[in-house]
Design a protein around this ligand. Structure first.
Ligand SMILES: NC(=O)c1ccc[n+]([C@@H]2O[C@H](COP(=O)([O-])OP(=O)(O)OC[C@H]3O[C@@H](n4cnc5c(N)ncnc54)[C@H](OP(=O)(O)O)[C@@H]3O)[C@@H](O)[C@H]2O)c1
Length: 327
């Protein structure tokens, strides 16, 4: 087996790379010329680096010339322009699928990383299941759903689609502001303050991805990937505060206050040319009643459970942030 991994230098991709290398699986990575290699430095001497982009079909064809499996983890999660989501997550995925199809049957399987956002919001009493009709609420979610449709509609070799819930863990920048807020003794309470969440610790997700490369039960299917432990935004912030031994004061951020905050952050990010976590697109996700999925299919059909508890996952994440001086 030889794997081509896209998005290898990103948060999720770098953990997938760790797992592939730990399992001794020969791996080539697709990197953009200016891609930051800080998370994968240690692997570089043992890797074949193939320069390219999902926006450049020719580079994808060349990158796949001798591989048997592809993990497509590259994606756009923050953007300055809404169209970037579609360019990377839909059109980029189309290019990956076309390149896979052009390899004359050598490629045996594509593992495609989608998102819970493609399915849309769901509450703890009715968590999202794989067969529910999709209802994405943000352009990000719509672009991830469109990416899935590219895979389902055209991929000739076996494929599997994974829909992770929100991912956290070492190297993640998206949850870092919450840790920083807690360190500053602020406990943000979004919207109603009860937002229910599924989360997945990044190392569990990476293990699920590698399992899906060879598992006989997965082809042609989609799977939500999340810890069975459903949490909530306040419980998550509370766990972080408890582990940081930080006293906190609640800062209510009602939905009405979130909108101007998102608009402001988006304006700042346009000026600085750096996409931010908060944006009008993110607002559509933040005002949802919940982001909960049911990972039961993964357990039943693969025997796979994302077993890291929230407590242990936060401990590992906090330790890494501190060790790296991020916090
Ligand atoms: N983080 C989450 O909570 C979460 C949840 C569900 C699903 N996902 C999915 O997981 C995947 C990885 O997300 P992440 O959180 O790890 O994001 P990330 O840290 O921003 O990583 C994104 C990766 O995609 C690469 N990429 C972006 N545009 C590209 C292009 N045009 N050509 C080639 N590579 C490109 C980036 O390379 P550069 O360094 O060159 O930009 C980077 O390696 C995405 O598909 C995302 O939708 C993430």
């Amino acid at each position: 087996m030889k794997v081509l991994l896209t998005g290898a230098n990103g948060f999720v991709g770098s953990h997938v790379l760790d797992r592939l290398r730990a399992r001794g699986i020969t791996t080539a990575v697709l990197l953009r010329p200016a891609g930051n290699k800080r998370f994968i430095e240690a692997h570089l001497p043992h890797l074949e680096v193939r320069t390219g982009s999902v926006g450049d079909p020719q580079s994808l064809g060349a990158a796949m010339q001798d591989v048997t499996h592809v993990v497509h983890c590259a994606g756009c999660t923050r953007a300055l322009r809404v169209s970037e989501f579609h360019e990377v997550n839909q059109v980029g995925t189309r290019h990956v699928v076309e390149a896979v199809n052009q390899q004359q049957g050598r490629i045996q399987r594509l593992v495609h990383i989608s998102s819970l956002a493609a399915g849309g919001p769901a509450t703890a009493d009715k968590p999202a299941r794989e067969n529910d009709p999709p209802n994405p609420v943000s352009e990000y979610g719509k672009s991830k759903l469109a990416g899935e449709q590219e895979v389902r509609g055209a991929c000739q070799p076996e494929y599997v689609i994974l829909r992770p819930s929100a991912v956290y863990g070492p190297r993640d920048a998206a949850f870092l502001p919450l840790f920083k807020a807690v360190k500053a003794h602020i406990l943000p309470r979004l919207g109603s303050g009860r937002l229910a969440l599924s989360l997945v610790f990044v190392k569990d997700l990476a293990e699920a991805v590698v399992t899906c490369l060879t598992h006989p039960a997965v082809p042609g299917k989609a799977f939500y990937v999340a810890s069975p432990e459903v949490t909530s935004a306040p419980a998550l912030a509370g766990e972080i505060a408890a582990q940081m031994k930080a006293w906190t004061l609640p800062l209510p951020l009602p939905t009405a206050a979130l909108w101007p905050l998102c608009v402001l952050q988006e304006a700042v990010s346009r000026l600085t040319r750096k996409p931010s976590v908060l944006s009008r697109q993110k607002y559509a996700e933040l005002r949802a009643p919940g982001w909960v999925c049911n990972p039961e299919r993964l357990r039943q059909e693969l025997g796979f459970v994302c077993a890291t508890t929230l407590k242990n996952g936060i401990t590992a994440t906090l330790a890494w942030y501190r060790q790296q001086g991020w916090l």
